[in-house]
Design a protein around this ligand. Structure first.
Ligand code: FRU
Length: 514
């Protein structure tokens, strides 16, 4: 939770609440009739998930059950602002195309449904289903404004279509005002479920165990450590493969206010111990719009760990100029650990099946020719800012090199290499059509880059108002929103004195998932 929360206070009695609910539903229906073409509004992402209408923040309860990927998300069913938090629900067969389902877990009386996890309780350890009909179990934070946050449970016996709140909620209550965002997974070696949950103000993740998902025993805690400048939220603990190896490491990610950080180490079922060589703060994303990232639970053994985050930033999320929705999810990415000079780092690659969205390649060039070339998208047969663009820069470059996308007449989001800093960077300074002060203040982002190889490789996904950049096969990643005024729809080569600074440039138009 953040200082910028804009909670709508709850109506006091249930009749009034029902009337307001009915009015909101009518207004939503009227709006959607008036809105002829959903998913074609200005700035609407075409291959990132967003709800049809209204506000969303964190992804919740990411779980794979019987061939279906579930995506629950923090959702306000009534308005395009934060409030009335409820779990929205969508499903997918490929993590790319999504089908919207009715709301899963609605707010109840004075208790909002905050972030959490969903698991498939295959052996009916909870006893809430049966051997024949094992339940899906959602464990989330019940939030009572200004007084209590505790962990609650709801279950579904029809594959997530309808949900029943457990009649003995809460299942874990420390009597605290801030205690939230449980992440639950099965820890096979100890034959129990593990919950990681945050004490936000203490900058701590606590670990609990349970054999039945209902009764939880304290195991240990982690933190304060690393960045403690904001409240800790949305912990995620998952085992990930070491790149090009058969060994594995554990990664603990936490969100704090507007950023995320991670720790790589070992988890023995009781305690998480960060690697002793991690001395600095490590971030999964060098951009400003990456928050509450969590990983999928119960993926088949053949699938790589995969996570999704909220592509937004609490500093200005309430004011972004999008309607009738606000908020979208990042692309799903696979997670790997890599050791460089004794220090573990996270490597993230966009899921490979995203290639299925590629249309025929629209542009390809071994090297740009002029020093400030502009590639008009129209001239290469692309009619929207919805594409993937791959290119390489030389790490031997002595001047700033790169490209600019989502351009206004004189503006754009610059993506490139800055030799004076020896870093890759993104600069959205000049797409400031959105006047929110904190948005324009948060604009220049850098990440270290491996300079021992000559080529710096960029994979850039441009999606109307979201740009995601994967550098050197996922060594660093930037997620950034931008809202250009009149998109000029082109890719500009940054004005350098050296022609041909951008190499192996490829542009693929991408299909919309909607
Ligand atoms: C993170 C967060 C969580 C909380 C949820 C409420 O963005 O503040 O800590 O559960 O959002 O919407």
């Amino acid at each position: 939770m953040n200082k910028n929360f804009n909670p709508i206070s709850r109506p006091k009695n249930s009749l009034l609440f029902s009337i307001l609910f009915a009015l909101s539903m009518i207004s939503i229906t009227i709006k959607s009739i008036a809105q002829e073409k959903p998913y074609q509004e200005p700035y609407r992402p075409q291959f990132h998930f967003s709800p049809k209408t209204n506000w969303t923040n964190d992804p919740n309860g990411l779980v794979y059950v019987k061939g279906v990927y579930h995506l629950f998300y923090q959702y306000n069913p009534f308005a395009n602002v934060w409030g009335h938090m409820t779990w929205g629900h969508a499903i997918s067969k490929d993590l790319i195309h999504w089908k919207h389902l009715p709301i899963a877990i609605p707010e109840e009386k004075d208790t909002m449904i905050f972030s959490g996890t969903c698991v498939f309780d295959q052996n009916n350890s909870s006893g809430l289903g049966s051997k024949q009909k094992p339940p899906m179990v959602a464990i989330y934070t019940g939030h009572v404004k200004d007084s209590n946050q505790s962990q609650h449970l709801a279950y579904s016996l029809d594959e997530g279509k309808t949900w029943t709140k457990y009649n003995k909620n809460p299942i874990l209550d420390l009597g605290k005002k801030d205690f939230r965002d449980p992440k639950v997974f099965w820890f096979a070696p100890k034959k129990y479920w593990v919950m990681c949950v945050n004490l936000p103000q203490e900058h701590q993740v606590q670990f609990y165990s349970s054999t039945n998902l209902l009764k939880w025993n304290y195991l240990s805690d982690f933190g304060p450590k690393g960045d403690t400048s904001g409240v800790w939220e949305c912990p995620d603990l998952v085992q990930i493969p070491v790149l090009n190896s058969t060994s594995k490491k554990w990664i603990l990610q936490v969100s704090l206010s507007e950023k995320m950080q991670y720790f790589i180490g070992e988890f023995n079922g009781v305690k998480f111990i960060v690697d002793s060589n991690q001395k600095t703060i490590l971030r999964p994303n060098a951009g400003p719009d990456y928050y509450a990232g969590i990983s999928y639970g119960q993926l088949p053994a053949t699938q790589l760990p995969t996570s999704i985050a909220w592509a937004n930033n609490w500093s200005y999320a309430g004011n972004i100029p999008t309607s009738p929705w606000k908020g979208a999810m990042t692309l799903p990415r696979n997670l790997f650990a890599q050791n460089t000079n004794g220090v573990w780092h996270l490597v993230q690659k966009p899921i490979a099946t995203l290639n299925m969205l590629r249309k025929k390649i629209a542009f390809q060039k071994l090297a740009t020719e002029t020093k400030d070339e502009t590639i008009s998208l129209e001239s290469i047969g692309i009619n929207s800012d919805v594409y993937e663009c791959n290119f390489e820069l030389s790490s031997a470059s002595t001047e700033k090199v790169g490209i600019s996308v989502l351009n206004d007449k004189f503006r754009g989001v610059e993506i490139g290499y800055e030799p004076s800093l020896k870093k890759v960077y993104i600069n959205r300074t000049k797409t400031n059509s959105f006047s929110d002060r904190s948005f324009s203040d948060i604009r220049y982002f850098t990440a270290p880059v491996n300079l021992t190889v000559d080529k710096i490789k960029f994979k850039v996904f441009v999606d109307n108002s979201i740009v995601e950049v994967f550098v050197n096969d996922g060594e660093s990643v930037f997620t950034v929103q931008a809202f250009p005024v009149h998109s000029d729809k082109n890719i500009k080569i940054l004005n350098t004195t050296t022609p041909g600074s951008v190499k192996n440039l490829q542009v693929y138009p991408l299909q919309s998932i909607w």
